[in-house]
Design a protein around this ligand. Structure first.
Ligand code: ASP
Ligand code: MG
Length: 411
């Protein structure tokens, strides 16, 4: 008999009908003999509606009170599902974060879990009850309700699984797993059977947003096996684990991530002196702007060009800061480009295979796609290209790394 934590997202509990469906599903699992802790999100759209109500009172709601209101969404769904289970003859009980005692720090709206009291849950499981817990919320040492940040129910699920040493944390959502890339861009994208935490973090941070990224970090840290599954379609989903078994069939690249969220800034004709990178990026970080890729060219005539990327939303402010710096250090000019995209190949298999980057560049060259910037890590190679070639690039790479599904599975 296994102990499983099952988390259902907002669309899975988005209506009474869906909640009844989830209850059926939970009932079946329970009857198969597993101990179950179910974590729920609010009905889809509900958290936004609650935030909107608060914003009608004030533009800047007090964070503590905002948590009081936004945490109510999950309180509704846990009660409804518990009723639906009891109606079906499945003993069940619901708890808010406070009732479990999911202790967090006091950073309202973005709290971090410090400790989980597992006593009540264990006692209920022992009595044969399904325990239904509100996701996204906790309580701080003063007894104030806190929330974990948008999408935080995933983190609640993983944290509960870690605290209870559950055999698996299953995240039920509206996709049937993690794909080699976005199937809207590459119809031949395949569902991955398995992916490592590390790879998932790279995929998630690069735009394959299936899971709240914090929950993946958490799962990796505590080694909680995490499985992404479709709420209403049968299937094995994708297992996210630590396990990196070297098998012959293991592809070198697990997936291709991409995003259009970044913009590029270049400061030209920078005097090539020690400390210049700090002079350029210091004021950027002092303005709380995060920098992603950085390239500094080899100096020529005692000056150099320095290029980096920032989030597109921060492009204008970064440009302002950089123009100031350019005047101060006597650089020639600042130029920028918002029409870029970043494409990354991700895979732990890269560690043991040479020539992965050149294979990537070759595939892009064949399509005459110009590479503007390159960065690499142990399990990832990223390039910045012109935005209009993004889809072509992703498709070409998907084929070059043999990720295309042989035959499209019937839906
Ligand atoms: N209901 C919260 C949100 O919409 C938490 C979650 O769904 O994970 O962000
Ligand atoms: Mg969610």
């Amino acid at each position: 008999m296994a102990l499983i934590v099952q988390k259902f997202g907002g669309t899975s509990v988005g209506s009474i009908e869906r909640i009844e469906q989830v209850a059926e599903k939970v009932k079946k699992h329970r009857e198969a003999g597993d101990d179950l802790v179910v974590v729920l999100s609010a009905m889809s759209g509900e958290t936004n509606r609650l935030i909107d109500l608060a914003k009608q009172i004030t533009d800047q709601p007090v964070p503590r009170e905002l948590d009081v209101i936004v945490s109510t969404g999950e309180q509704v769904t846990i009660a409804l599902l518990t009723m639906a289970l009891i109606k079906r003859g499945v003993p069940a009980v619901s708890y808010t974060g406070n009732q479990v005692r999911i202790l967090t720090d006091s950073s309202h709206n973005k709290a971090r879990i410090l400790q989980i009291d597992d006593q009540k849950i264990r006692a209920d499981l022992k009595e044969g009850r399904v325990v239904v817990v509100a996701g996204f919320q906790g309580v701080d040492e003063h007894g104030s309700i806190t929330t974990l940040g948008r999408g935080g129910s995933d983190t609640t699920g993983v944290a509960l699984a870690a605290a209870l040493k559950a055999d698996e944390c299953q995240i039920y959502t509206d996709v049937d797993g993690v794909y080699t890339t976005d199937p809207r861009v590459v119809p031949q994208a395949r569902r991955l059977e398995k992916i490592t935490f590390e790879e998932m973090l790279e995929m998630a941070s690069l735009g394959s947003k299936v899971l709240q990224i914090r929950s993946v970090e958490f799962a990796g840290k505590y080694n909680v096996p995490l499985r992404v599954l479709h709420s209403f379609k049968e299937g094995p989903g994708t297992l996210i684990t630590i396990d990196e078994e070297e098998s012959m069939e293991q592809p070198i690249i697990s997936g291709i991530a991409f995003n259009r969220d970044e913009a590029k800034l270049t400061i030209r004709g920078v005097p090539d002196t020690p400390g210049v990178a700090f002079k350029i990026l210091g004021p950027i970080s002092a303005s709380n702007i995060e920098v992603d890729m950085i390239v500094q060219n080899v100096a020529h005539d005692n000056t150099t060009d320095f290029t980096f990327t920032v989030h597109r939303n921060e492009y204008e402010s970064a440009k302002g800061v950089l123009e100031n710096t350019a005047r101060e250090i006597g650089a020639r000019e600042v130029i920028g480009d918002t029409k870029i995209a970043k494409v990354s190949i991700v895979g732990v298999g890269m560690r043991s295979h040479a020539g992965v980057a050149s294979r990537m560049f070759e595939a892009l060259a064949k399509e005459s796609i110009n590479i503007q910037m390159i960065s690499t890590s142990e399990i990832k190679v990223s390039v910045v290209i012109e935005e209009k070639y993004l889809e072509l690039a992703v498709r070409a790479l998907h084929t070059a790394f043999e990720l295309d599904a042989p035959v499209r599975q019937g839906e």
